[in-house]
Ligand binder design. Structure first.
Ligand code: NAD
Length: 282
C-alpha cells in the first residue's frame, strides 16, 4: 500500500441509481442455482459480469445472454476453482476483457454426502478443495488486483468487495454432511480473518449464509410435498428461499450502501438459525 492518504469517500446520492453501476463482477459457479441468479441480478444493478463455470457451457451461455439483455457485458469463463493455474488464467482473462475486478462472489460449491465412517478421503477432499480452497484461490487473485488498483472513487467507496457464499452450516452442525459443514465453518473464519487483514486497504470481505434455497444442490429437501412439509419444520418464515432472495442480499452487500459492513456473516435463511425447535417453548 502506498503512503498516500486514501481518497475521500464519495457517497452515491441519486435515489434511482443502480447499486453497482460501472462495476466489474466475477461470480463463480454462475451457470446454476444461486450463482446464476446472482450473476443476472448484479447485471440488473449495473455490473458487467463474468460467469464462471466448470461444466455445462450451454447453461453458462444462457446466463451470458440474460446478462446482455440487461444492457451489461457478460462473459463466460471455464475454470475449476480448485485448480490454481485455472483460477489465475480466469482472472487474467477477466482483466484482459473488463480491465479489472471490483466484486468477487465466491459461490461455487458442492456436496458429497456420506455417513462419517463411510466417507471416502476423495469425498472429504473434493468438498474441501472446491468449497474452501476454491474460495481461497479466487479471493487471493481478487485481493492482488484490488491492492494493485486501489480505490477508484467514481466506481466505489471500496477498493474491492468479496462475498463468500457460506451457509447456515457455518454454525449449524450437520450429521451426514461433515465435510460440507467443515468447509463452511472454514469459510466463516477465512472470511473474517481476511476481512480483518485487508480492511486497511479498504477491501470489504463478508459472507452470505443461505438457509434452504430452491436449487439443484438440495432437490431432495424440497422435491416432494412430504419433503417440503418436513423442511418447513426448520423454517419459521414457512417458505423455501428462492435464488433471488440471495441475489438481492449479495447485490446490497457488494454495493456502497453496505460500505461500513466488514467481516460479517449475513444469514438469509427465513429464521432457520433461530432454533425453531424452541418456537413453542422448548
Ligand atoms: P448448484 O449446484 O445449483 O450450484 C453450484 C455451482 O457450483 C454449479 O454451477 C457447479 O457447477 C459449480 N461448481 C461446482 N464445482 C465447481 C468447481 N470446481 N469450479 C467451478 N464451479 C464449480 O447449487 P447452489 O445451491 O446454487 O449452490 C451455490 C452455493 O450456495 C454453494 O456454495 C452452496 O454451498 C451454497 N448454499 C446453497 C444452499 C441451498 O440451499 N441451495 C444453502 C446454503 C449454501
Amino acid at each position: 500500500m502506498s503512503d498516500a492518504p486514501l481518497p475521500k469517500v464519495v457517497m452515491p446520492s441519486c435515489p434511482n441509481r443502480q447499486l453497482l453501476k460501472g462495476q466489474k463482477a466475477l461470480v463463480t459457479g454462475a451457470n446454476s442455482g444461486i450463482g446464476r441468479a446472482v450473476a443476472v441480478y448484479l447485471a440488473k444493478e449495473g455490473a458487467d459480469v463474468v460467469v464462471n463455470f466448470v461444466a455445462d457451457e450451454a447453461a453458462a451461455a444462457e446466463v451470458v445472454t440474460e446478462i446482455q439483455a440487461t444492457g451489461r457485458g457478460g462473459l463466460a469463463i471455464q475454470a475449476d476453482v480448485s485448480d490454481e493455474a485455472q483460477v489465475q488464467t480466469m482472472f487474467q482473462q477477466m482483466i484482459d476483457a473488463f480491465g479489472t475486478i471490483d466484486i468477487l462472489v465466491n459461490n461455487a460449491g458442492l456436496q458429497r454426502d456420506a455417513p462419517f465412517d463411510e466417507m471416502t478421503l476423495a469425498q472429504w477432499q473434493q468438498v474441501i478443495d472446491v468449497n474452501l480452497t476454491g474460495q481461497f484461490l479466487c479471493a487471493r487473485e481478487a485481493v492482488r488486483e484490488f491492492k494493485r488498483r486501489g480505490v477508484v472513487p467514481e466506481v466505489s467507496c471500496a477498493a474491492g468487495k468479496i462475498i463468500s457464499m457460506s451457509s447456515v452450516h457455518e454454525v449449524i452442525p450437520w450429521a451426514g454432511h461433515v465435510n460440507y459443514a467443515a468447509s463452511k465453518g472454514g469459510v466463516m473464519l477465512m472470511t473474517k480473518s481476511l476481512a480483518q487483514e485487508v480492511a486497511p486497504f479498504r477491501i470489504r470481505v463478508n459472507s452470505i449464509c443461505p438457509g434452504a434455497i430452491r436449487t439443484p444442490i438440495n432437490t431432495d429437501a424440497w422435491g416432494t410435498p412430504e419433503a417440503y412439509a418436513e423442511l418447513m419444520r426448520l423454517i419459521p418464515y414457512n417458505r423455501i428461499g428462492e435464488p433471488v432472495d440471495i441475489a438481492r442480499a449479495t447485490a446490497w452487500m457488494a454495493s456502497d450502501d453496505a460500505d461500513y459492513v466488514q467481516g460479517v456473516s449475513f444469514f438469509v435463511d427465513g429464521g432457520m438459525t433461530l432454533y425453531p425447535g424452541f418456537a413453542e417453548g422448548g
